[in-house]
Design a protein around this ligand. Structure first.
Ligand SMILES: [Zn+2]
Length: 334
């Protein structure tokens, strides 16, 4: 069962999000510095959205949506390493709700595996930002799966089952031995996505693959909710990609896009009533104070999957597989 359908989890996440918004509100404006586009370096941009505390702009060149002005990059990195108490509270929360070890999935149908499995059915895989190791438990059935994690609390949990490299990729002397690197919900929070992708390029074999799952700036949900969409809540999102900016990032770092799709509509009727009637207490996908919220969300999830099997480029998350631009990826399996 999805954690989004568990009331106590939603209640704890909602309380945590309220604290995140309070912290975002308390960030002194003077501590924020202007940024150029972290993908293409262009300075020209236009206003995209504000979340009541922080502003987001869209790059006039590559279409990346990014926080501008933004906190110092070093502070962001230190936060992920444990110096941000609120982030640690989140890691502690997800550790408590960590489910049991999943059964062996069908790799051709599993939402997290199918995009990679189309290209590679075996090999050495590194899940970068592996958190408590949920994806590694799925991947281990098909790949030699290892993790990388900068947060000591979640790394310690993943390490009970897997090899986990601790620290930032740029600081670890990993060799170019990997067939696959995966990035699940990592790219949006990075001050320097180009630096990370170049480091990944270095540790991938010539025919290696990079899987990316990250929030989509062109989704229906972003268009509807703008500054109130889940991606822009609080202060943790620095970059919102779309097809264009992700392709620009790939090209700049020596990759080409082999496949790209989007997933999850993330628009629920239960949420819409709160968005229009009580915008002050609306939190996208966490309005668990409403009666029977989780039951309705579960029913709507089922309905949406039958109504919108393909969201084109408008789902709330981008799912991409990249190969090295000069590499020779294996033949695609159909
Ligand atoms: Zn740009």
């Amino acid at each position: 069962m999805s954690l989004n359908h568990v009331k106590s989890y939603n209640e704890e996440i909602r309380q945590w999000l309220i604290k995140v918004a309070a912290l975002a509100a308390a960030i002194p404006k003077g501590s924020l510095a202007p940024r150029k586009c972290p993908v293409c370096g262009a300075g020209e941009s236009s206003f995209f959205a504000d979340n009541s505390h922080l502003d987001y702009v869209r790059c006039g060149n590559c279409a990346l949506v990014y926080m501008n002005p933004a906190p110092d990059a070093e502070l962001v990195d230190q936060g992920f390493q444990g110096e941000d108490e609120l982030l640690m509270e989140y890691f502690s929360l997800i550790s408590r709700y960590k489910g049991g070890i999943p059964e062996r999935p069908d790799p051709a149908a599993d939402n997290k595996l199918k995009d990679i499995y189309r290209f590679k059915t075996s090999g050495r895989l590194l899940d970068l930002g592996c958190s408590v190791g949920d994806f590694l438990h799925k991947a281990k059935h098909f790949y030699q799966a290892e993790g990388l994690e900068v947060n000591p609390l979640t790394a310690a949990i993943a390490e009970q089952h897997f090899t986990v490299h601790k620290g930032f990729l740029a600081e670890l002397a990993l060799k170019p031995v990997y067939d696959i690197v995966t990035l699940h919900q990592i790219l949006y929070g990075l001050p320097d996505p180009v630096g990370l992708l170049r480091d990944i390029h270095r540790i991938l074999k010539q025919d290696g693959l990079l899987y990316i799952n990250t929030p989509n700036a062109d989704s229906y949900a972003v268009e509807l909710y703008r500054g109130k969409v889940n991606h822009l809540y609080g202060y943790t999102t620095l970059n919102l990609f779309n097809e264009s900016s992700l392709s620009a990032l790939a090209a700049r770092c020596g990759f080409k896009v082999l496949s790209l799709r989007t997933e999850w509509l993330d628009i629920y009727l239960s949420d819409l009533t709160e968005f229009y009637d009580h915008p002050d207490r609306f939190i996208h996908k966490r309005n668990c104070h409403l009666p029977n919220y989780e039951r309705k969300m579960a029913q709507e999830d089922g309905l949406q999957q039958s109504l919108y099997p393909d969201l084109g480029r408008r789902g709330n998350y981008l799912v991409a597989v990249l190969g090295k631009a000069d590499g020779v990826p294996g033949a695609e399996r159909r």
